[in-house]
Design a protein around this ligand. Structure first.
Ligand SMILES: Nc1nc2c(ncn2[C@@H]2O[C@H](COP(=O)(O)OP(=O)(O)OP(=O)(O)O)[C@@H](O)[C@H]2O)c(=O)[nH]1
Ligand SMILES: [Mg+2]
Length: 210
C-alpha cells in the first residue's frame, strides 16, 4: 500500500470530540520520546506532519490525521516522562483510557518500544493492559538504526522471550527506523490488511439493514 495524501484533522483531549468513528483508525502509543510522531512522518513520507522534538512530552493531545480520505492515523501523547506533575499524569490516564475504551473504530494500536533498551516496567504495564482488555495491538520497535544488526537481533530476541514469559501468544511485531524507513512496507501492509476488516464489518452491517 502507498499513501498518497495525508492531512492533519484535529487535536482533542476527549474521545467524544474526535472525528465521527466511521473510518478505520490506527493509533500510536508509547513512552515519551520513543518516536511515535517520527514514525507517523516516516509512514506518510511527510517531514512535519506530526510534530517532533528532542524534548520528551511534545505530543500532548489526541491528534487525528486523515490518510487518503479512507482511514486515520492517531498520534497519542507519551507516558513515562519523569518531569510530569501528578495532575497531568492523571489527566493523561483519563484521556487515554477514555480513548482506548470507547473508540469503536480503533482497529489496532501500535505500542512503540525503544529497541535499544531492555523491557521497561511501564511498557510492560501497557502491553498487559491491552492483553487483559483484549484490545488489538501490535508492537513496534523503534530506532533500529541506532543499533548494529547483530544487536537488533539480540534485543528483539530478548524482548520476545520476556513476552513469552507472560503471554502464550505473541502480537504482530515490527522492527523500524524512522531515520532509514526500515519496516515501512511491513507496517503499511499490516494496516492495509487490518483496515479491510473494518470495511468488511461495515459492509456486513449495511447488508443486514437492507
Ligand atoms: N535515530 C533515530 N532517531 C529517532 C527515530 N525515531 C525518533 N527519533 C528521534 O527521537 C526523538 C523523539 O521523537 P518523537 O517522534 O518526537 O517521539 P514521540 O514518541 O512522538 O515523543 P512525545 O511526543 O514526546 O511523546 C526525536 O529527536 C527524533 O528525531 C529513529 O527511528 N531513529
Ligand atoms: Mg510525539
Amino acid at each position: 500500500m502507498e499513501i498518497k495524501d495525508s492531512k492533519f484533522v484535529m487535536s482533542n483531549t476527549d474521545h467524544r470530540l474526535c472525528p465521527p468513528p466511521v473510518l478505520p483508525e490506527f493509533a500510536f502509543i508509547g513512552r515519551s520520546n520513543v518516536g511515535k510522531s517520527s514514525l507517523i512522518n516516516m509512514l506518510t513520507q511527510r517531514k512535519n506532519l506530526a510534530r517532533i522534538s528532542v524534548q520528551p512530552g511534545k505530543t500532548q493531545l489526541i491528534n487525528h490525521f486523515l490518510i487518503d480520505d479512507r482511514w486515520y492515523l492517531v498520534d497519542l501523547p507519551g507516558y513515562g516522562y519523569a518531569k510530569v506533575s501528578k495532575k497531568s499524569r492523571a489527566q493523561w490516564q483519563r484521556m487515554i483510557d477514555g480513548y482506548l475504551t470507547h473508540r469503536i473504530n480503533l482497529m489496532c494500536t501500535f505500542i512503540l518500544v525503544d529497541l535499544r533498551i531492555e523491557p521497561q516496567a511501564n511498557d510492560q504495564e501497557m502491553i498487559d493492559k491491552f492483553g487483559a482488555n483484549q484490545w488489538p495491538f501490535a508492537l513496534v520497535f523503534t530506532k533500529a538504526d541506532k543499533l548494529k544488526p547483530a544487536e537488533v537481533t539480540t534485543n528483539y530476541e530478548l524482548y520476545r522471550q520476556s513476552l513469552l514469559e507472560r503471554w502464550e501468544e505473541l502480537p504482530p511485531m515490527f522492527i523500524t527506523s524512522a531515520e532509514k524507513a526500515t519496516g515501512r512496507d511491513e507496517v503499511l501492509a499490516f494496516i492495509d490488511k487490518t483496515r479491510q476488516l473494518f470495511d468488511a464489518e461495515a459492509a456486513a452491517r449495511d447488508f443486514g439493514n437492507r
